[in-house]
Design a protein around this ligand. Structure first.
Ligand SMILES: *Cc1c(COP(=O)(O)O)cnc(C)c1O
Length: 518
């Protein structure tokens, strides 16, 4: 039933197990257990909970809602259910198992201290509809984190409620729209560099702007002259990622901001790569008007399958009056207040564009991020950036002789190393290297992004990998590059040792099979 499953349900470890060893009769191999779908495991009439028969249960006036048919759920006992999901989880890869070198995603270790703090009942059990007077501690956490984010970025204010980086982009652009409305101007173009993350143009289009692309220089940076030439009375602003997605700092950032401001526009910075510059550079000093911070990247809160994102947006003095409600504010008496529609005028915040979410944002992530910040301190955060950049440069310099690094001549990279597939044997590509890494026990790096490099491989080791760990990764990457250069055909069918072989991911994304048909 699964169109993308090239190898059937048998683990490929078994297929590769060969050398005269017969296949197992169970279909399991060693302690790696094969797992059917829950529907295939389940049987009619089995149930994990003790539910009273419907005709004996007191129905009150609800009997007219009684189901005519059984729901289409797999019949599993509790131990079968627990084992099913635990077995599946063993086929997953996680940051707690090994490096996750996804460039731009900043998959760093999630410190256990963060988890401990977030689970304290006073934080974990608060409800967003509790009276404000009963949650001063939660407001204090939000306000303290807001203070740090403003301080680290040198900005004027922060909107804490956006729930991810892309949501933060939307928040920033809605602030820009509100500011333009207040000026009575109808600017509709947002300039976005070619190397931008896909969310940037998508957000601009979603917010009702027209996207115009700006080219990159051969050195992988924004082409300042081309940008200046695109500015005009129609331009609402730019969205620039800094450090950019080629892993490079944009040294012209201040000049870009000045030019955009002079032309009457605003500067949005995609701050997903803040990990490389936290404690080193303050975006506010570069003339930025709005920037999202991915707490799940720079500030170590879990992401991917592990937790929701959180994307607070720091704002300049020009945009802060338009930021969303609610937010927290400390008054002169030291009390942290919640500013909402009812009391916005007392806090001089009547120009807000409105709300992005029902409540305050990702409270659990605020607690984790603040724990991370306080446990590192200002000096520790600076070291985070330094070590992240050092680790990326180590990978870059240790691999550039076997994998071309298109921008490495421009100098050191920031927190991620970018390679290209140029120079691999005919017919070999980035995909072969990425799939080969799975056999080597590593999650692949980001591939085919940024689009400005053909067959891009973007490796972000983060500061949390040790030198020994980096050396193991580098040895694997080098060995795969050498095999792909030598035309080793076996790479085309990698991974060979994973529970599943090479899948048709495009087909799976375009035509997902989401319904089980038994
Ligand atoms: C991760 C990322 C985003 C989007 O952030 P989400 O939290 O995933 O929505 C945007 N831009 C860049 C450069 C990123 O790396």
């Amino acid at each position: 039933m699964n169109a993308v499953n090239a190898s059937g349900w048998r683990p490929s470890m078994g297929e590769a197990g060969q050398a005269g060893v017969p296949a197992t009769s169970s279909g399991d191999y060693g302690l790696m257990l094969e797992e059917p779908l829950s529907f295939e495991l389940g049987a009619d009439g089995k149930c994990g909970v003790d539910i009273e028969d419907a005709d004996r249960a007191p129905m009150g006036g609800l009997s007219k809602f009684l189901r005519k048919q059984m729901p289409d759920l797999p019949g599993l006992t509790e131990p079968e259910t627990v084992r099913h999901y635990t077995r599946l989880s063993r086929q997953n890869y996680a940051i707690d198992l090994g490096p996750f070198p996804l460039g731009s995603c900043t998959m760093k270790h999630n410190p256990r201290l963060n988890e401990k703090m977030a689970r304290l009942p006073g934080f974990a059990d608060v409800h967003p509809l509790q009276p404000v007077s009963t949650v001063p501690g939660a407001l204090e956490v939000i306000n303290e984190l807001a203070f740090w984010l403003i301080d680290l970025t040198g900005m004027h204010g922060v909107a804490m409620s956006p729930k991810a980086g892309a949501h933060g982009e939307l928040c920033g652009l809605l602030c820009i729209r509100a500011a333009l409305d207040a000026r009575g101007e109808e600017r509709h173009i947002i300039l976005v560099p070619e190397s931008a993350h896909g969310t940037n143009p998508a957000t601009a289009a979603f917010a009702g702007f027209t996207v115009r692309s700006i080219p990159a220089t051969p050195e992988g940076r924004v082409d300042l002259e081309a940008l200046k030439a695109s500015l005009g009375p129609d331009v609402a602003g730019v969205m620039i990622t800094n450090p950019n997605t080629c892993g490079l700092f944009e040294p012209d950032m201040k000049a870009i901001s000045d030019a955009v401001h002079e032309a009457g526009g605003y500067v949005y910075c995609d701050g997903a790569n803040f990990n490389a510059i936290v404690g080193k550079v303050r975006p506010g000093d570069l003339g930025i008007d709005a920037m999202h911070i991915n707490l799940h990247k720079t500030f170590s809160t879990p992401h991917g399958g592990g937790g929701p994102g959180s994307g607070p947006v720091v704002l300049s003095e020009a945009l802060a009056p338009f930021g969303p409600l609610p937010f927290t504010a400390r008054t002169a008496d030291g009390v942290v207040h919640l500013v909402e529609e009812e009391n916005a005028s007392e806090f001089d915040h009547t120009q807000s564009f409105g709300r992005m979410v029902a409540f305050h944002g990702q409270m659990g992530m605020f607690t984790r991020a603040l724990t991370y910040i306080l446990s590192h301190g200002a000096d520790g955060l600076r070291q985070v950036a330094e070590d992240a950049v050092l680790n990326a440069n180590y990978v870059l310099r240790m691999c550039e002789d076997v994998l071309p690094a298109p921008f490495a001549k421009s100098g050191p990279c920031m927190h991620e190393a970018l390679f290209s597939e140029a120079g691999l044997a005919e017919g070999f590509s980035t995909l072969d290297i990425a799939k080969g890494l799975i056999d080597e026990g590593f999650h692949p790096m980001t591939v085919y992004f940024p689009l400005v490099v053909k067959g891009a491989m973007l490796v972000e080791p983060t500061e949390t990998e040790s030198k020994a760990g980096l050396d193991r990764f580098i040895a694997s990457l080098r060995s795969l590059a050498e095999r792909a250069k030598a035309g080793d055909e076996s790479l085309h069918s990698a991974p060979h040792f994973a529970p599943r072989r090479r899948l048709d991911e495009t087909q799976a994304a375009r035509k997902p099979v989401l319904v089980w048909q038994g």
